[in-house]
Design a protein around this ligand. Structure first.
Ligand SMILES: NC(=O)c1ccc[n+]([C@@H]2O[C@H](COP(=O)([O-])OP(=O)(O)OC[C@H]3O[C@@H](n4cnc5c(N)ncnc54)[C@H](O)[C@@H]3O)[C@@H](O)[C@H]2O)c1
Ligand SMILES: CC(C)CCC[C@@H](C)[C@H]1CC[C@H]2C3=C(CC[C@]12C)[C@@]1(C)CC[C@H](O)[C@@H](C(=O)O)[C@@H]1CC3
Length: 345
């Protein structure tokens, strides 16, 4: 029998560490004295002391090489929600995550922290101060959400004190901040095309947008509090800025900060949602011939026209979570980080 000496609890791997959240996480872990290995299909930057491994998380042998001396794994890789590719989402988010769990167990990794999403309970109906005990969406709006639900279930079910393998899922919502490739760039692109003049619905719907450093803080707290006798084992945790804001006020503040006009004219929610569904159906039918990506997808319209904010009291209670950057400061830092997206820039 081979005995394995336990690696230090500060030796970790970040799957998806080249991405927006992953890179912020890696940078913070390094600041906190962790030794970090990144596993990602692409390498997009360099940080002294961080070892990069390029590979697909569906490849167990490639994962095993990286997990050899690691006690903690963060899994924050996913195809982009914008790709809307059902097969890819199932392959990476569900099958790939099963492979990650097998590799963790074979390599005797002790802790797995998954980046899930608060959207696993969202199906286009208002959620106000939603807690983690809300049921998973029965009819998820898109393939991304469908597979994030399965992914979270698979990870939480794998938690086993007997096997010395502990898991926890972090559910952030609407992550934003410097280098985000999604929220601000799509918003600016839509504004530049003259399509951000309209407010979907009456504009009073409250939502969570969460600054990336708060999300990182939640992940590290979860990793450090995940122990055999802690309440975190096999549980999901909302991590938000804890400051719900009107969706359209947030959009307006970012747009005005970057020199664009705030949306002004109202359109009925059901009308825009109906058009988005129709557009999605047309693009779905045309997909074998041409791959069109509509700006207004049913998911985006649903997020823009409903309330969806979540309680993070469970994270406060079980791991002492408090946001470290307030919302207004976070918006200011984000706007300042995108000089190239300014109007006329
Ligand atoms: N951005 C948000 O608002 C948000 C909100 C809630 C949850 N999340 C979750 O947070 C995580 C990170 O999201 P992000 O916004 O940083 O996305 P991102 O696209 O910037 O990063 C994802 C990373 O995963 C990598 N990746 C994709 N497929 C892979 C594969 N097969 N093998 C290895 N690496 C692979 C990509 O190369 C990329 O670097 C995701 O799990 C996402 O579902 C994001
Ligand atoms: C075209 C306009 C109506 C809106 C333009 C901005 C949108 C691109 C973003 C506003 C809210 C964002 C969001 C996500 C993607 C980008 C937006 C739709 C997610 C769906 C990304 C995936 C995450 O898991 C979701 C989450 O639960 O946090 C995000 C929800 C918010």
């Amino acid at each position: 029998m081979t005995t394995r000496i336990r690696p230090s609890s500060k030796r970790c791997a970040v799957i998806g560490g080249s991405g927006f959240l992953g890179r912020h996480l890696v940078e913070r872990l390094v600041e906190k004295g962790y030794s970090v290995a990144v596993f990602d299909i692409a390498q997009r930057y360099e940080v002294p002391g961080v070892v990069f491994h390029q590979g697909d998380l569906c490849d167990k042998q490639a994962l095993l090489k990286v997990f050899k001396d690691v006690s903690l794994v963060f899994h924050c890789a996913s195809p982009s929600p914008a790709c809307d590719d059902r097969n890819l989402f199932w392959k990476v988010n569900v099958e790939g995550t099963r492979t990650v769990i097998q590799a963790c167990q074979e390599a005797r990794v002790q802790k797995l922290v998954l980046t899930s999403s608060a959207s696993v309970v969202f199906e286009g109906i208002d959620i106000k101060n939603g807690k983690e005990d809300l049921p998973y969406a029965k009819r998820p709006i898109d393939y991304y959400t469908e597979t994030k639900i399965q992914q979270e279930k698979v990870v939480l079910e794998a938690c086993s004190k007997e096997k010395d393998f502990l898991t926890v899922a972090i559910r952030p919502h609407g992550i934003f901040g410097p280098r985000d490739p999604q929220l601000v760039p799509i918003l600016v692109d839509t504004a530049r095309k003259g399509k951000m003049k309209f407010i979907i619905g009456d504009g009073t719907n409250l939502v969570d947008f969460t600054y990336v450093e708060n999300v990182v803080h939640g992940h590290i707290l979860a990793a450090e509090h995940l122990k055999p006798d802690s309440p975190l084992c096999g549980k999901a945790y909302h991590i938000t800025n804890d400051e719900p804001i009107r969706f359209w006020d947030f959009m307006s503040q970012v747009l005005v900060g970057l020199g664009y006009e705030a949306p002004r004219y109202h359109l009925p929610y059901t009308l825009v949602y109906g058009i988005a569904m129709l557009l999605w159906l047309i693009t779905f039918l045309l997909r074998p011939l041409v791959n069109i990506k509509p700006t207004f997808t049913p998911m985006r319209v649903a997020l823009a026209g409903t309330h969806h904010y979540y309680s993070c009291s469970r994270a406060k209670q079980d791991m002492g979570y408090q946001p470290v950057v307030r919302l207004q400061e976070a918006i200011a830092r984000t706007v300042a980080s995108y000089p190239h997206l300014k109007r006329g820039g």
